[in-house]
Design a protein around this ligand. Sequence first.
Ligand code: NDP
Length: 445
Amino acid sequence: MSVVQNIMEEVKKRNPGEAEFHQAVEEVLISLEPVIEKHPEYVESGILDRLVEPERQIMFRVPWVDDKGNVQVNRGFRVQFNSAIGPYKGGLRFHPSVYLGIIKFLGFEQIFKNSLTGLPIGGGKGGSDFDPKGKSDNEIMRFCQSFMTELYRHIGQDIDVPAGDIGVGAREIGYLFGQYKKIRNGYEGGVLTGKGLTYGGSLARKQATGFGLIYFVREMLAANNDSFKDKTVVISGAGNVAIYACEKAKEYGANVVAMCDSKGYIYDKNGVNLDTVKQIKEVERKRISEYVKHHPEAEYHEGQKGIWSIKCDIALPCATQNDIHVEHAKQLIANGTKIVGEGANMPCTNDALNLFLENDILVAPAKAANAGGVATSALEMSQNSMRLSWTFEEVNSKLDAIMVNIFKAADEAAKEFGMEGNYVAGANIAGFKKVADAMMAQGIV
Ligand code: NDP
């Protein structure tokens, strides 16, 4: 058995039932094979064995009282995966599908993503199986306060810095920060990112992941003498990442014709009206099906998966993991899609990813392409430390420069190992090498 196969066997044995975690580890390890061959010292120092084992995993009870006076109990998680290059950093996800395997897959991916940003941040992730949908503001607040009442003892601006993810936006970060500040009796702005602008948040953080995705894809297109102009784009999701990817793609002259939420998708051949989507999802917190009430010429279809049957040049999965399976990949390829840009984390199954690569579809991998969010979170931490705030333009231009550098790093690593154009492998290799070298330098810890 090869080194990678051995480690995979161990990962499956030691982490039973955590399918998403196995998938994420396998995808990375396979692409690292040529690196390991060239650098046997990584294997001899147990870098891979250590990398797949989180430094610390915390699970805790989150009790809270709903509006009817009933006691509810959820489960909270924080996985502190790797601190070789900086404090643990990664978002919190509140969604009923959350369990340890999801948090571990996200935390594992975060190590490489954070490394790719070039900024000093380690990898971590957290969340809860709490479902914010249908809850009142007061219920959300009580849940966040209870969650932080345990989490506070494990985090800190030099230890572990959480942010948002699915189900955790500015509202939730505000409640979490308020509780942290109360318990700690002091303002430590850098302990959470994605904060509101009135209390230490960064301009452009809200837009950063979606904009960053488009900057990365812009670079990938440019390397192939192409651009967004007049391209037909389909985006899954209608949350934070999807909305701002849509905004920047439209700005670059693309026609975004479809978006979705978990219940169904809209198709508007004239181009999705983003103001309407923002009103429905960001302000009213309603379903995307409302869109056709404002735009009767558009179509709404129940079920989210049908979105991948729409003909497009560029597909941007920005909803959740394992959104695109092999059958959807086949549909996209048959319809002439040339580019897939991963806004969500692990939105393609490994089989779908391989099919894209075999068919010369250019793939912008999540670890690189959606790193703009965490990069801008790190810029928020810098502003908090310096006690000043940069303008939108300053933050946005730093974000753009970071995405250009990430693209270059993935491109160069792919070329160095004879896989030109395979940005999936390139991103994994470039992200891995920095962490591995830092771990080597720090001894067996
Ligand atoms: P949001 O909660 O803002 O939006 C998520 C969107 O995806 C919603 O439209 C939601 O629909 C949809 N969705 C969620 N679960 C499913 C599902 N099982 N099937 C279909 N659709 C689903 O989250 P974000 O936009 O912040 O995150 C989206 C993705 O991007 C995630 O993978 C996240 O990890 C990743 N990401 C986010 C970053 C950020 O800065 N926010 C940074 C890097 C990565 P509905 O409302 O119906 O649930």
